[in-house]
Write a protein that binds this ligand. Sequence first.
Ligand code: KIV
Ligand code: NA
Length: 243
Amino acid sequence: MLTVYDYSMARILSETDLDMFLVGDSLGMNVLGFPSTLQVTMDHMVHHTRAVVRANPRQMIVVDMPFMSYELSNETAVRNAGELVREGADAVKLEGGVEMFERVKSIVRAGIPVMGHIGLTPQRYLALGGYRLIKDEEKILADAMALEEAGVFSIVIENVYAEIAKRVTEEVSVPTICIGAGPHCDGQVLVLHDLLGLGDISPYFAKKYLDLKTEIRDAVRKYTSEVREGKFPSRENYRVRDS
Ligand code: KIV
Ligand code: NA
């Protein structure tokens, strides 16, 4: 699974063998310039979901429920999950474990598949004391069990010791999808901007497969120098009336 926030990337990624797209609320930092995911709203998620859905990918589209779209009540959680599904999401993802038991159950009861997200939950970085490695094994396990019991079809595990993710993967029957949680999971997820080398800061667990930031700067510098030197546009890039 990889994150994808827009139409052009969704078109390109739809031609790969990825299984799932995540319209992650990390779009708040990566494309909207917010300091965290706490500023992301339902309107933002709907806007980006529409763009990805228009690419009509073969992959399953999972959409993050943003901060404050599911915390208040079962009713608002179901309504907001339903809105994302109406826009074309195949499933929603929300953060939290034991405390989200009733929320997950309510959304699943409405016929909407839910993906869980435990370990480091970035929407709670304030209460967690930052974006840190989560070490409380028994809590992580209890969260995973509660989510499975509530009916999630899969669980993202973020930034925990590999041994803990391994244990969770062995003890729950739904697939685990890991980020910064080692290799002993059923699947892996990364932020596309980190993989492409586009992110401002990328976490220790991300791998940069491309240095696109440098490639983009080089391409743009080539363009501006060609314009200044009169090399672009060249004869094939324009029409003249009498030729
Ligand atoms: O929003 C996001 O990018 C995520 C992934 C890190 C799983 O939730
Ligand atoms: Na997210």
